[in-house]
Design a protein around this ligand. Structure first.
Ligand code: ZN
Length: 441
């Protein structure tokens, strides 16, 4: 059973929080996550994910894994250390130099900590004997820590130096087939972001240092975002303003009915062609058994950035708000204060309710916790749970001692309060989206 008293969630006043020196780079989500023990800063731009934060990260990864699996993605893991020589071959070593974390081993071999792995993926294919055209398309992905030497790490998980990213690489034998693969992966990205449930916008992208044929970006609208997105209200077209040079819709020419909004990029897809596969010699064998260059795509989702950006979009100034799909817990049961008259009569009603909820709503399994810090008042515990962003609070009080018992439930998002019989309580939860979705964790 999950019990609040056993959860490592150090709630601190931000002024006392270690290692935070520059408050200018602090965003709302970062402050709340640090104050409420979701993450803890290790060094600037690098964070410990504490249990509450990691529960959420695991749920994001689960959604991504399920959607990648549906389109034939195969999960693998590349090493984090990448031979710098590979990046010299692709020509990116100079281009991205300031952002690369470069190191040498005892033999004076130069490596970098991978910020992305187009070269690694191409090199994996190139280092095998070329395989038959029949083996393609091939979709390989991983979810691992990536590294970028940010000049100014800021906004917590939103611009970190070490971050969790899902990166996928597709290999096809023709450009037509590569485009089909690209479109199917874009569809799966749409589903990932729909399931997470934060409003997102998909725009034609700026390929930047990645190069290649074209790209799409997925954004959460937020005033702390680094990207600027043009949204045309006339024809509904939207694009990254880096692709255009005046405040005018590139599709219909509209100049008045447009919005320019700041946004946080949470996903990016690239159709790369032969940009990496050619210099790194990632080949396949055609029908005549002749080696030919593979057509590539690469596809990123910022796993840890989604957590920070979703909380940035949804949270209040003093309370975290999570999308239901990735909330660390859905329900907390709050028993009465120790020594109160009700506490004496309550016996183990909290544990009984916990087990009954789990058995009636299978998708709540492991998503309930008991706030057993009974030395604290109910009010104080309600406050902590609300600030942490646990959506449904069940407060055990004199009503729950009746026969049959009545349960007081508070929805901290809508502010609604209900008094439910046990069956009404089950019906209430079975109607929720998380109860209908596939189980996570
Ligand atoms: Zn337009």
């Amino acid at each position: 059973m999950n019990r609040f008293s056993r959860i490592f969630q150090p709630i601190v006043a931000i002024s006392k929080s270690a290692n935070i020196t520059n408050k200018d780079f602090m965003s709302k989500s970062q402050r709340l996550m640090l104050e409420l023990g979701i993450i803890h800063q290790a060094i600037p731009g690098c964070f410990h994910f504490l249990p509450m934060g990691l529960r959420s990260i695991n749920k994001i990864m689960n959604i991504v894994d399920e959607e990648m699996h549906k389109i034939g993605g195969q999960k693998i893991m590349f090493p984090t250390l990448v031979k710098a020589e590979l990046w010299e071959k692709s020509g990116r070593e100079n281009e991205m130099r300031p952002e690369l974390i470069v190191l040498k081993d005892r033999h004076n071999q130069k490596y970098l900590l991978g910020p992305t792995h187009e070269e690694t993926a191409s090199n994996l294919i190139a280092s095998l004997a070329p395989t038959s055209y029949k083996k393609y398309p091939l979709l390989l992905y991983q979810i691992t820590s990536k590294f970028r030497d940010e000049m100014k790490p800021r906004f917590g998980l939103i611009r970190a130096r070490e971050f969790l990213m899902k990166d996928m690489y597709s290999f096809d034998i023709t450009s037509e087939s590569a485009l089909n693969t690209y479109n199917s992966i874009c569809d799966s990205y749409d589903r990932v972001f729909q399931r997470i449930g934060v409003d997102f916008i998909k725009v034609q992208g700026d390929s930047g240092a990645m190069g290649g044929n074209f790209s799409h970006e997925y954004h959460y609208i937020s005033n702390i975002g680094d990207d600027k997105i043009l949204i045309c209200l006339n024809c509904q077209y939207s694009t990254n303003v880096e692709l255009i040079h005046e405040d005018k819709c590139p599709k219909c020419g509209e100049t008045n009915n447009i919005h320019i909004k700041n946004a946080i990029e949470v996903g990016h897809t690239f159709l790369l062609g032969e940009k990496y596969s050619k210099p790194l010699q990632a080949n396949y064998l055609d029908e005549q058994s002749k080696p030919q260059v593979l057509q590539m795509g690469s596809y990123g989702i910022g796993i840890s950035r989604i957590l920070g950006a979703a909380l940035e979009c949804l949270s209040l100034e003093t309370e975290l708000r999570w999308p239901d799909s990735i909330a660390p817990y859905h329900v907390v049961i709050i028993p009465p204060k120790k020594g109160s008259k009700q506490a004496l009569q309550m016996q183990n009603l909290d544990e009984k309710l916990y087990r009954n909820l789990e058995s009636h709503i299978p998708n709540l399994r492991n998503d309930i916790t008991i706030d057993d810090r009974i030395e604290l008042t109910i009010g104080r515990r309600i406050l902590d749970c609300k600030r942490t962003g646990i959506r449904y609070l069940i407060v055990l009080n004199e009503l729950s001692l009746k026969t049959p018992p009545i349960f007081e439930i508070n929805d901290t998002v809508t502010g609604e309060q209900f008094n439910f019989s046990e069956n009404e309580l089950y019906a209430f939860f079975s109607d929720k989206e998380f109860a209908k979705q596939g189980a996570v964790l």
